[in-house]
Design a binder for this molecule. Structure first.
Ligand SMILES: CC(C)(COP(=O)(O)OP(=O)(O)OC[C@H]1O[C@@H](n2cnc3c(N)ncnc32)[C@H](O)[C@@H]1OP(=O)(O)O)[C@@H](O)C(=O)NCCC(=O)NCCS
Length: 163
């Protein structure tokens, strides 16, 4: 598992709430599923997170009371980091936590020998696409009608970044 990477962000006065990164644990699975279900049209179950965390790597970001605000689950295999899931709870978004989680996963994967990071994102997911673009990811391709949506299906964009 990744080592603990302590860290904090600066928040405006009144919103001050130091957040720190921790390795994701299997007993975080229910909370991760709850965060995922806030906005993912096809959320992972708690069991799916538990199984994935047994095989993959992950970080959570927690507030100073220990409440998980966001997470990243990823693999670091054969020179590549693959971001499997990344989410921040709605009330903690747009404060830098998504970027902090992505950076932590990449830093850990680079330590494991990764030279490239890959992921898939819904075409309509402007927030995630903005995050990945600002981190240097480029669109490599598109899987047509890959994801189910309440309205039908939508494309997946394949993105990657050389590390
Ligand atoms: C995508 C997500 C993880 C971003 O987390 P976040 O903590 O809000 O992101 P950050 O505050 O770290 O922002 C990172 C960058 O993305 C941009 N961004 C974040 N949300 C945005 C939005 N709604 N619209 C436009 N840009 C946005 C920020 O401006 C920032 O850009 P910068 O680095 O150039 O300043 C979050 O919106 C989320 O959990 N979404 C639901 C789950 C999801 O879609 N996961 C991705 C699956 S592939």
């Amino acid at each position: 598992m990744p080592s603990v990477l302590p860290g904090s962000i600066c928040a405006p006065p009144g919103l001050a709430m130091p957040e720190s990164l921790f390795p994701a644990r299997q007993d975080d699975a229910a909370r991760l599923a709850a965060i995922d279900a806030e906005t993912n049209p096809s959320p992972w179950s708690a069991d799916a997170f538990r199984e994935s965390l047994a095989r993959s790597r992950g970080f959570t970001v927690r507030d100073d009371a220990g409440v998980v605000l966001g997470f990243v689950v990823y693999t670091a295999v054969a020179g590549a980091c693959e971001i499997l899931e990344l989410a921040v709870t709605v009330r903690a978004r747009q404060r830098g936590l998504g970027r902090k989680l992505l950076d932590a996963a990449i830093e850990d994967a680079v330590g494991e020998g990764a030279r490239r990071c890959i992921l898939e994102v819904r075409d309509s997911n402007t927030a995630a696409r903005a995050l990945y673009a600002s981190a240097g990811f480029l669109v490599d391709g598109r899987r047509k009608a890959y994801y189910r949506t309440p309205e039908g299906r939508e494309d997946a964009l394949l993105m990657s970044c050389d590390l």
